[in-house]
Design a protein around this ligand. Structure first.
Ligand SMILES: CCCCCCCCCCCCC/C=C/C(=O)SCCNC(=O)CCNC(=O)[C@H](O)C(C)(C)COP(=O)(O)OP(=O)(O)OC[C@H]1O[C@@H](n2cnc3c(N)ncnc32)[C@H](O)[C@@H]1OP(=O)(O)O
Length: 268
């Protein structure tokens, strides 16, 4: 089902649908979901629209292509552009990732095709990554292009797979498999292609039934606490949780448990 309000978003590569509390952003820019500045502006606009919709809690980020999640920057466009345009593209891509990370919505990257360069970096900015077990690669090959990741890859990858593994992946630029991604914790689930859509939808549903305030507070605590010492991190957790305790949703959650019924969370 397309929301009329978001259909206009899909000029470059972004098709947005919403069903209940679950939105789906489908990247669709053949042949490789390679992105330009306009693509990122559109994606940020789509996220703005979804964040303004009080019904939305989870965003599934997927690809229309059976072969590519995203191949990263459009290298034809990049090669033809000025140094200023190339910097602007890196900045636009960084803004998209920041928008994902600072959003109160929960983003799940559903990788079922090549996720390379800025395409993988987009997935690294998401809260959860899952993958399909198929013949494609993931990686940050920028070093082979005389470049380096410019969209958070040198910072988010070590925080996910560890510094040593990230160093090898970044300094060789070598691609890796979905199985590697699961082993290294870059994705948390790996499913056969025939099961992937169903399992991805199940994960989104499992998250979508939670209280929106609790989801966003937990996301913030996870992000804010990861780079500080434990004592400060525990203070962050306490601070994020403090306002939840007084929320109507917390009262509803407890009442629903005691009354043995599903909770009806309203985000307040
Ligand atoms: C604020 C100021 C800031 C200043 C500082 C800024 C500095 C920042 C540092 C610099 C930032 C760098 C930013 C760059 C980020 C990137 O993402 S670089 C790109 C990384 N991606 C890749 O290298 C992947 C390239 N693709 C491939 O290697 C192959 O496609 C494949 C994945 C191995 C698959 O190969 P194969 O099966 O042979 O398919 P192909 O024929 O190669 O591809 C099919 C068609 O898709 C097109 N395509 C693929 N990738 C791209 C791409 N990235 N861009 C454009 N087009 C792509 C390919 O050309 C084919 O098209 P057709 O020939 O028309 O069919």
């Amino acid at each position: 089902m397309h929301d009329a309000a978001t259909r206009a978003v899909g000029r470059e590569w972004t098709d947005v649908e919403r069903e209940g509390a679950i939105a789906t952003i489908t990247l669709d820019r053949p042949p490789a979901n390679a992105y330009t500045i306009a693509c990122h502006a559109e994606l940020v606009h789509a996220i703005d629209l979804l964040e303004a919709d009080p019904r939305v809690r989870v965003v599934r980020l997927r690809s229309a292509s059976p072969k590519f999640f995203s191949a990263g920057a459009d290298l034809r466009d990049y090669a033809a552009g000025s140094v200023e345009a190339r910097s602007a593209l890196a900045d636009a891509a960084r803004r998209t990732c920041a928008r994902i990370e600072t959003s109160g919505l929960i983003f799940v990257a559903e990788i079922a095709g090549h996720a390379l360069g800025g395409g993988l970096e987009l997935a690294l900015a998401c809260d959860i990554r899952i993958a399909s077990r198929a013949q494609y690669t993931l990686g940050l090959p920028e070093i082979a292009l005389g470049l380096m990741p410019g969209n958070g890859g040198t910072q988010r990858l070590p925080r996910i797979v560890g510094r040593a593994r990230a160093a090898e992946l970044l300094l060789t630029g070598e691609p890796f498999t979905p199985e590697d991604a699961l082993e290294w914790g870059l994705v948390t689930q790996l499913h056969d292609p025939i099961d992937f859509e169903e399992r991805a939808a199940l994960l989104a549903r499992r998250i979508s039934v939670a209280a929106p305030l609790a989801l966003s507070a937990t996301k913030r605590a996870l992000q804010r606490g990861v780079d500080v010492d434990l004592e400060r991190a525990l203070e962050i957790e306490a601070g994020e949780g403090a306002h939840l305790v007084a929320s109507a949703d917390a009262a509803e959650g407890l009442a629903a448990f005691l009354e043995k019924r599903p909770p009806r969370f309203e985000g307040r």
